[in-house]
Design a protein. Structure first.
Lengths: 597, 370
């Protein structure tokens, strides 16, 4: 197809503002999917996404509208996945910015809009859910107009649910979004903006062809990594995989690579033809640096190889996931994994458990720290147990956080931000009663439950987004937990000095409750360096005997002891103490329990 | 190869089944006592070949052996081989001068009295029919008949039993000067009538009762008794007053058990007679072996048992006898924790539990087992 009849666009929106519903309606309206075939949110192919009502992985679908080829590239809608949004946007010339007319602009609306503007995309704004009785289409249109510097009249008013205005959306895409401007005759170049793994066919790359064209069976090379392979199949998603003979400049589709090793083709790489290779790769993506880390351990140490394979598989679809082997004295062999944020971590954990049927133990998340030792050595620390003790300085990541709330909750947000060491930046009224608050906050203060707290203290009205804002020194200290004098590496944490005592106290109290009494007194301590800041003692059991044992009892008593012995093998050994895994789990859940109560 | 030198005879009959009891018992059936004794003697005949010519010990357990109809009991005693120690269990209320005389005449050298407690309120909870005075009377009756080895059974951890109750029970028992005492913590088995009635109270008292075992040991050892087995104490002195029959179990000797529910372990085979009385009687009346379950005990299993049983005693266990059953790493750890003691003498390294280890004997043994 000629490039001037092609439009590549994404839909961007705050979570729950109707992005996926609009995508579904577009598929229906263009006949890509019949109503009968339509499942709710077809594009969200992962079970987990449908269940949580969020889109995690971008997917691309080709539809036809009035003689044009429209390629819809879906995007994730959560703060953790800003990076994926920006990746998807790089394959587009325009974006549909959807706002819930009953809610108005939310924090992610802003974040996503800025991403699109920065990417030079044409933005088509739409006020959605106008069928709702509480909808205020004019208000939403005014806010969008202000945000984009456009006339409110240019804002489409639609209901993705009922279909009102959806044809206008498609018309506006054709009219307002520019066609791609690739060079058809130049050596072929395509941007890999996503990929997935097919058990039978290996790595499947989703590509946006920028220049030239690609045909089936063409010998290809990934320019950054140098990986070579043949295009076993080329096709488009419509929305099922449909093979085509070729994809040319401006088009979006997939390439079946046959690669079995997921690490050999990275998202962001440029594909070119080995017959007539391009000289320069397209600008790739910056590797996003994970900022939130946690240890993931199999509950059963025999599952370690399965966990490793599973992470490798996930990594293919999720370039932002990082992992490296970690050995914990308390938890055994596992991986220290890096995530974009907490939701990302949750999703990875759930996918590991569901799709790979693994039983996992996950440590409390922490952020990345930059430490400078007394000897002047700089190290990046992803695991509190590895934080050097002799420190000159520790820096922690900060974020610029934007919160949008109805004005009556401004106080609650300020209070929360203050508790979390936030620095007020500024505040502005988006409308008469909706306020945008900007704060700088240590990421470490928001990784655990900031978002939950924000939601509960604002009765769910607050929306929240953040951008990383660099590292800054903090008065941070490492707190270790010792059980029977042995440090439990999995429970070490890095925390602001002012909060160290309280947290240490909570941890040791919780452990005292959770660790069953042993054969000896077991001290449980929290310590900063060699200074103990909290201590509890698990008193030894005083008796544990089989009352009587005579000729007739021997078999039964022996079996009892054998069973007891087996039970102990499932315990984690910390020095001379046996700790059931549940105890670690309970302690790792400390924060959520504490804050919710 | 020498034969089995320990014989257990089960006499299941009782006047009443106590709520906490989990032994094989048969209530009443006075008319069957004679037939039962006949069957037991017939079973003994069937196994005569495994027994040594000289027996070390015989133990008449129950049930309530002394509830057995007197003539039948006399006939049984007359039919048993001689042994160095013959123990009969007795409920205090059954002990009369006549019975004591019969036991003596039948060769019984040792009587084990189920006293359980001296507090009427607690005896009621246990559904015991003997009064504290019955116990006192029974002891003096036995003494008068010349029984110079009397053991008292006590139970502690009874629902409603305070520390004061416990101390008074121990003092009452000591006042009778028994040669031997067995002190058991009450076991409330889940699902039993007793647990349904008293389980909640026991849970409430669990913390308070945690120290009772220590108190029992301290009081009895303080009174000059030797804590020679987890739950057993004997007067310390020149005479060895340990229960020799039970020592046989704890030292891993072979033993023959006859009667319903009785268990034998002979040459690596454990046999458990089924508990049903009619089938037992029928089989032996037909000259057949009674119905039973068999469990082969291989060398490794036997070593684990020897470990489990031997660690109950205050005498050391030769490590080389149980090497296969011991987890070396755990042994080291338990020694470091002061729960197990390793000593060496001519027989090579020996192990035993320290006093603290003995209070936690079950857990320590489970830990130590390979």
């Amino acid at each position: 197809m000629e490039q001037d009849r092609i439009r590549n666009f994404a839909i961007i929106a705050h979570i729950d503002h109707g992005k996926s519903t609009l995508a579904d309606r577009i598929l229906e309206l263009t006949g890509a999917v019949s109503e009968r075939e339509m499942r709710e949110q077809l594009l969200d192919s992962m079970e987990l996404e449908r269940e949580r009502g969020i889109t995690i992985k971008a997917q691309a679908v080709r539809v036809a509208w009035k003689g044009h080829q429209l390629n819809l590239i879906d995007t994730p809608g959560h703060v953790d996945f800003t990076y994926e949004v920006s990746r998807s946007l790089q394959a587009c010339e325009g974006a549909l910015l959807v706002v819930d007319a009953a809610q108005g602009i939310e924090a992610q609306t802003l974040a996503n809009a800025y991403l699109a503007i920065d990417g030079g995309l044409e933005i088509v704004p739409a006020a959605n859910k106008i069928d709702l009785p509480q909808a205020d289409p004019d208000g939403a249109a005014r806010e969008l107009g202000d945000l984009l510097g456009e006339e409110p009249e240019r804002v489409l008013r639609i209901s993705a649910k009922t279909g009102i205005g959806v044809p206008d959306v498609l018309d506006a895409i054709v009219e307002r979004i520019p066609p791609p401007q690739g060079e058809r005759d130049a050596p072929a170049r395509a941007l890999v903006f996503d990929s997935s793994y097919d058990q039978y066919r290996g790595v499947v790359a989703f590509v946006r062809v920028v220049d030239g064209s690609f045909s089936t069976r063409e010998p290809l090379r990934a320019m950054a990594q140098g990986t070579e392979f043949d295009a076993e199949e080329i096709g488009v998603m419509s929305p099922a995989r449909t093979p085509v003979e070729s994809l040319s400049a401006g088009e979006v589709g997939y390439v079946v690579t046959g690669l079995k090793d997921v690490s050999r083709l990275r998202v962001g790489d440029t594909l070119t033809s080995r017959r007539r290779p391009a000289r320069e790769p397209l600008p790739g993506y910056q590797d996003v640096k994970p900022m939130v880390f946690a240890g993931i351990f199999p509950t059963d140490s025999d599952d370690y190889p399965e966990l490793r394979d599973a992470l490798e598989r996930l990594k293919l679809n999720d370039a932002s996931l990082s992992y490296e082997p970690e050995t914990s004295q308390a938890l055994g062999f596992g991986f220290r994994c890096g995530f974009l944020g907490l939701l990302h971590m949750e999703i990875v954990r759930e996918r590991l458990e569901r799709e790979f049927d693994l039983d996992l133990l996950i440590t409390a998340p922490n952020v990345a720290y930059r430490a400078t030792t007394r000897t002047g050595e700089a190290v990046e620390v992803h695991n509190p147990a590895e934080m050097p003790r002799e420190l000159e300085q520790v820096e922690e990541p900060y974020v610029k956080a934007s919160v949008i709330v109805p004005k009556q909750y401004v106080g609650a947000v300020m209070e929360l931000a203050n508790e979390r060491r936030g620095t007020f930046d500024h505040m502005e009224y988006l409308s008469e009663d909706r306020v945008l608050l900007l704060y700088e906050l240590p990421l470490g203060e928001i990784v655990l439950d900031f978002y939950d707290q924000l939601k509960s203290r604002t009765r769910g009205y607050a929306s929240f987004d953040y951008d990383l804002a660099g590292f800054r020194p903090g008065d941070l200290t490492r707190v270790d937990i010792l059980v029977a004098g042995e440090q439990v590496d999995a429970l070490s944490l890095i925390i602001h000095r002012d909060a160290a005592y309280d947290r240490g106290r909570q941890l040791v109290e919780r452990l005292r409750e959770e660790i069953p009494r042993q054969m000896i007194d077991v001290p449980v301590q929290a310590a900063i360096g060699s200074r103990v800041i909290a201590r509890e003692t698990i008193k030894a059991r005083r008796k544990d005997v089989l009352a009587k044992c005579y000729g007739g009892d021997i078999t039964r008593k022996r079996k009892l002891l054998e069973k007891q012995k087996k039970g102990k093998k499932r315990m984690k050994q910390v020095g001379s103490v046996e700790v059931p895994q549940e105890a670690f789990l309970a302690v790792l859940n400390l924060d959520s329990d504490r804050k919710r109560s | 190869m020498s034969g089995v030198r320990h014989l257990y005879v089960h006499l299941p009959f009782c006047a009443h089944r106590c709520g906490y009891c989990d032994f094989v018992t048969v209530v009443g059936r006075g008319d069957q006592h004679g037939a039962y004794v006949g069957a037991v003697l017939a079973e003994l005949e069937l196994h005569r070949d495994v027994l040594d010519e000289r027996l070390d010990t015989i133990f008449l357990g129950g049930g309530t052996p002394t509830f057995t109809e007197p003539d039948a009991l006399a006939r049984l005693l007359a039919g048993l081989p001689a042994a160095e120690e013959i123990t009969a269990e007795a409920n205090p209320e059954t002990v009369t001068a006549e019975l004591a005389e019969r036991l003596r005449a039948g060769g019984v050298t040792r009587v084990s009295l189920g006293a359980q407690s001296f507090e009427p309120r607690l005896l009621d909870v246990l559904e015991r029919s003997a009064s504290p005075d019955d116990v006192r009377r029974a002891v003096s009756t036995l003494r008068a008949a010349g029984v110079d080895n009397v053991s008292l059974d006590l139970v502690y951890g009874i629902p409603g039993q305070s520390v004061v109750d416990l101390e008074s029970d121990l003092a009452e028992a000591l006042a009778l000067g028994p040669e031997h005492l067995s002190c058991y913590e009450l076991e409330a088995k889940p699902g039993t009538r007793f647990t349904r009635a008293h389980g909640a109270e026991l849970d409430r008292q669990a913390d308070a009762m945690e120290g009772y075992f220590e108190r029992v040991v301290e009081t009895l050892t303080g009174a000059g008794y030797r804590w020679y087995e987890t739950a057993n104490f004997c007067r310390d002195g020149e005479r060895d007053l340990r229960a020799k029959h039970n020592l046989g179990y704890w030292r891993g000797r072979d033993y023959l058990g006859i009667g319903i529910g009785a268990v034998s372990t002979v040459s690596g085979l454990r046999r458990r007679n089924l508990p049903a009385l009619p089938r037992y009687l029928a089989a032996l009346a037909a000259g057949e072996e009674p119905p039973c379950e068999l469990e082969p005990i291989d060398v490794e299993t036997r070593a684990r048992e020897v470990l489990m049983l031997g660690l109950r005693l205050d005498e050391p266990l030769v490590l080389s006898d149980v090497t296969d059953a011991v987890d070396e790493e755990e042994l080291e750890r338990l020694v470091a924790l002061g729960l197990v003691e390793l000593t060496a003498n001519g027989r090579g390294p020996e192990l035993r539990l320290t006093d603290r280890g003995r209070y936690l004997g079950g857990a320590v043994t489970a830990q130590l087992m390979a």
